[in-house]
Design a protein around this ligand. Structure first.
Ligand code: TMP
Ligand code: ASP
Length: 250
């Protein structure tokens, strides 16, 4: 289903952002395109856009119900979400509860080690540079945000972690790690933005012991494990079993 929309504002690897009749609102289309390793690996996964849009809508509503400000306004259709217009801060904020992925490639930290307290890292969002990990000094030098806003972002990211981890645990889903993006709206308010889905989170099925079979996120695509959309669908099914449907208008 394609909705009526205004001009394309931005096209990313997994979403398109369109203007709406109201200047302060945008329409976001979740695409079926899947990419990994900075888009070196690409595919089209039928049904992914729909599942990710639904999961994101549910999770934004979970956060909002606990007072976390997000850009989400409502779900307009299967693959479409209406959100506040924000300026995205070019930082990828990653929180890790269990060591895996790039952390284990870049350090001697053992795969599967529980990280207490969780680790928070900033990466610079730039595909041409390969989204590099930032040091404190580089973050300060880049001057993308004030110290006050940076502390606010860190605080929000840790709150999101506790809320999502607790929510997913009740569904026998383990939140291993995830990436957030933040935006600033016209009132200079920081909002959790972009998406929160198995494309941007690592989620393991607590009901499954086998390390490959328990993966319910984009690592299935990254490692050619197959069943990507089915795995995402399992996450959605469990969330749907626990929540009221996302709202469809403001
Ligand atoms: P990493 O272990 O590859 O650094 O990934 C950490 C988390 O961030 C994981 O949940 C996947 C997510 N992520 C993205 O959403 N986008 C990206 O471009 C990358 C590299 C990771
Ligand atoms: N998001 C990045 C890409 O699309 C990397 C990843 O998720 O593995 O290429």
């Amino acid at each position: 289903m394609t909705l009526e929309h205004g001009q394309l504002i931005y096209e990313g690897k997994a979403k398109r952002i369109f203007q709406t009749e109201q200047d302060e609102r945008v329409l976001i289309e979740f695409k079926n395109d899947a990419t990994a390793f900075n888009a070196l690996k690409r595919s089209e996964l039928e049904g992914k856009g729909r599942v990710n849009c639904h999961i994101s809508a549910y999770l934004f509503e979970v956060l909002e119900s606990q007072g976390v400000p997000t850009h989400y306004l409502f779900q307009a259709a299967d693959c479409w979400m209406v959100a506040q217009r924000v300026e995205i801060i070019p930082l990828e904020v990653v929180i890790r509860n269990i060591a895996t992925g790039s952390l284990c490639k870049q350090t001697p930290i053992e795969q599967g080690e529980e990280l207490l307290p969780p680790l928070l890292d900033f990466y610079y969002k730039d595909d041409n540079l390969g989204d590099p990990l930032l040091t404190e000094a580089r973050l300060e030098k880049l001057g993308l945000i004030s110290l006050k806003k940076r502390l606010e972002i860190e605080d929000l990211a840790f709150r999101v972690n506790i809320l999502l981890k607790t929510f997913l645990k009740k569904l026998d889903l383990i939140l291993v790690d995830f990436k957030l993006e933040f935006g600033i709206n016209k009132d200079d308010q920081i909002l959790v933005s972009d998406e929160i889905s198995p494309d941007t989170c690592r989620i393991w099925d607590q009901r499954v012991a086998n390390p490959e079979d328990r993966i319910l996120d984009k690592d299935r695509f990254r490692a050619d494990l197959g069943g990507v959309v089915q795995a995402y669908g399992e996450v959605l099914k469990r969330i749907q079993g626990a929540c009221a449907k996302p709202r469809t208008c403001s």
